[in-house]
Design a protein around this ligand. Structure first.
Ligand code: ZN
Length: 371
């Protein structure tokens, strides 16, 4: 994750007498940090580094900032191989073998992390206008070899490979058709995320900053038979707005720009679900919300990273509405002090509520004194 600089960080730097002219290359500035720099007459220099851009250290040497690694597979539009011979040659070409190896590696990582059980889970990578690499059916994802990988077209018809393709490839293809940015999909049954899917509880938002930046809002679709056209239709409908989707009574499906990116998203999903579950056992079930104002910073960071967010433009009070989260957990904690000085601007506070809060606080303080 790139360094993210907030308004508070800049104020801290100022306090310590540090210059705001030399922010780390590649750092992302939150909107309030940018506003502060502008108000000080400084250009926001912490914009994302372009591959190969340079930063000059004080000694005058120039360090060439290395470009970010990019695993996205880019095919030539209209250039799919035609005819069995050409398709087989493509399927065994070095660039496709590299992707097959990556799928095997991801399968092993999923199995090691308990994201898949038995022969469950599947992985796909789009490699052409009408071609998708996919894992085979009835195989442990922890013990695949590159030769096990299959090739199908966007109707799910198998084009190459020595084993039959997964029956769930249609769901992956439906996502790819609905969301062209989805170049790779991963499906698994990670226990914590799947527990939310089994309980039909959408994980609440505004709690885990990492998940908020890289996943946005996690989606959920009602139960349909795995591999059926109904589940494919339901998932395709919400995929453009959700890169991570819980499948009721089944598991999780995620999409990314490449297979590594998709894998990170299933890890992010599982970690967020596990963390929220553990946190909901602490502090009497009271979870601290990031809050609408700070969530707007996160949505701005997502946009800077090239990820759209359907919540963009929502009001602060609408951003963290977790009223549907049901395991008896309150997602917003705001003590009287935070209410007085926290992120509710004075003109938006309810004077009657303030009075009640003050009365309760005074009573508690009096009782503590008398105790
Ligand atoms: Zn499954």
């Amino acid at each position: 994750m790139p360094t993210i600089i907030t308004e508070k960080d800049l104020l801290e730097m100022q306090k310590k007498g540090e210059s705001l002219d030399t922010l780390p290359a590649g750092a992302l500035l939150t909107p309030s940090a940018k506003d502060l720099l502008s108000s000080l007459g400084k250009a926001p220099t912490g914009a994302p580094a372009r591959p190969g851009s340079s930063a000059k250290p004080k000694n005058g040497d120039t360090y060439q900032v290395p470009p970010l690694p990019d695993f996205e597979y880019r095919w030539k539009k209209g250039g799919d191989p035609v005819g069995n011979k050409a398709i087989q040659a493509f399927f065994h070409s070095p660039e496709i073998v590299t992707l097959k190896n990556r799928m095997v590696d991801i399968g092993r990582r999923m199995w090691n992390r308990n994201f898949v059980d038995g022969n469950g889970g599947n992985i796909t990578i789009r490699v052409g206008d009408n071609m998708v690499l996919c894992t085979p059916t009835l195989i442990s994802k922890g013990y695949m070899t590159p030769d096990d990988i299959c090739l199908v077209d966007l109707d799910g018809k198998q084009l190459a490979g020595t084993r039959p393709r997964t029956s769930e490839v249609n769901t992956h293809i439906a996502i790819m058709k609905a969301t062209p940015e989805a170049k790779s999909c991963i499906h698994g049954h990670p226990p914590h995320s799947t527990a939310y899917a089994v309980a039909s509880v959408t994980p609440p938002s505004c709690l885990c900053s990492e998940a908020e930046v890289f996943l946005g809002e996690i989606g959920m679709v009602p139960y349909e038979t795995p591999g059926s056209s109904e589940v494919a239709e339901r998932v395709a409908k919400i995929a453009p707005d959700h890169c991570s989707i819980l499948l009721e009574n089944h598991g999780v499906i995620v999409w990314g720009k490449d297979v590594e990116d998709a894998y990170w998203k299933i890890e992010n999903t599982e970690t967020a679900c596990q963390t929220i579950w553990i946190a909901s056992q602490l502090n009497g079930g009271q979870l601290h919300s990031i809050g609408g104002r700070k969530m707007q910073d996160i949505i701005a960071i997502r946009k800077q990273l090239g990820m759209s967010d359907k919540r963009d433009g929502l009001k602060e009070c609408e951003l963290c509405d977790n009223s549907e989260f049901r395991p008896g957990v309150t997602c917003e904690v705001r003590g009287p002090e935070e209410a007085a000085t926290g992120d509710i601007p004075p003109d938006e506070r309810d004077p009657e509520a303030e009075k009640v809060v003050q009365m309760v606080t005074d009573t508690i303080m009096q009782r503590l004194k008398n105790a």
